[in-house]
Design a protein around this ligand. Sequence first.
Ligand code: NAP
Length: 228
Amino acid sequence: MCMQTPITPEQMERIDANSEKLGVPRILLMENAGKAIAEHLKNHFKDLTGKKAVVVAGTGNNGGDGFVAARHLAGYGAKTTVILLGLDVKTSEAATNWRGLRNMNKTVRLITRSDTGFDKELERNILDADFVIDAIFGTGIKGMLKPPQSTAIDLINQSKAYTVAVDIPSGLDPLTGEVHDRAVAADATVTFHRIKTGLLRRSDLTGEVILAPIGIPPEAEEGALLEE
Ligand SMILES: NC(=O)c1ccc[n+]([C@@H]2O[C@H](COP(=O)([O-])OP(=O)(O)OC[C@H]3O[C@@H](n4cnc5c(N)ncnc54)[C@H](OP(=O)(O)O)[C@@H]3O)[C@@H](O)[C@H]2O)c1
């Protein structure tokens, strides 16, 4: 099976779980995923010093990848803001990386949904960014979209900023590639381990697709792929 073979979100979940059993936990995969996002931006812009970076993050592990990217971007000198579209973070891996960001109070600005003036800050930061990282939803999207996620997607699409989607543009069904309501139209999508089936034939939303290895042992695929 070559790296280009597409996989479903369910297969990806099994591969993640196998990786964990083989001693390579999700937090390590998250580190590699977030770093791959920051590296893509570094390659694209060459010098990130003083660039206005805005990470728009959901409450799951897609958001967690965005937190890791923010830490690396701050290390590259970008003026980094992270906007969490919720009140708290739902997974332990994302929570660990969120705690790390809370201690970076000189280099990363954090905005959460409970902050006064959240809606205005969301709009101002996204429209004024040099680049936006869409870390709202990855493979875990379910059901209908409501504000602030739906508003954030509209603002990202309105913004002139270069936009990178984490794994999957938010709003795109990761299995079928359908859009039920609205979706981010990205300039680039950095997808992890293998391309997800929903990204195929959706270059209108994915932009350039970059496939980033994140350190999953090949053995983690045993029994996880449908045709086996
Ligand atoms: N091996 C890998 O490839 C790897 C490794 C590390 C990280 N990751 C990343 O992890 C992602 C998957 O993480 P995940 O399973 O935690 O899923 P996710 O894509 O981060 O989405 C799940 C989160 O979104 C919320 N959500 C879902 N639908 C929503 C809706 N319609 N409105 C509002 N909120 C909604 C969920 O809240 P509720 O719980 O309240 O529903 C949950 O907090 C991947 O796409 C990738 O970016 C992958």
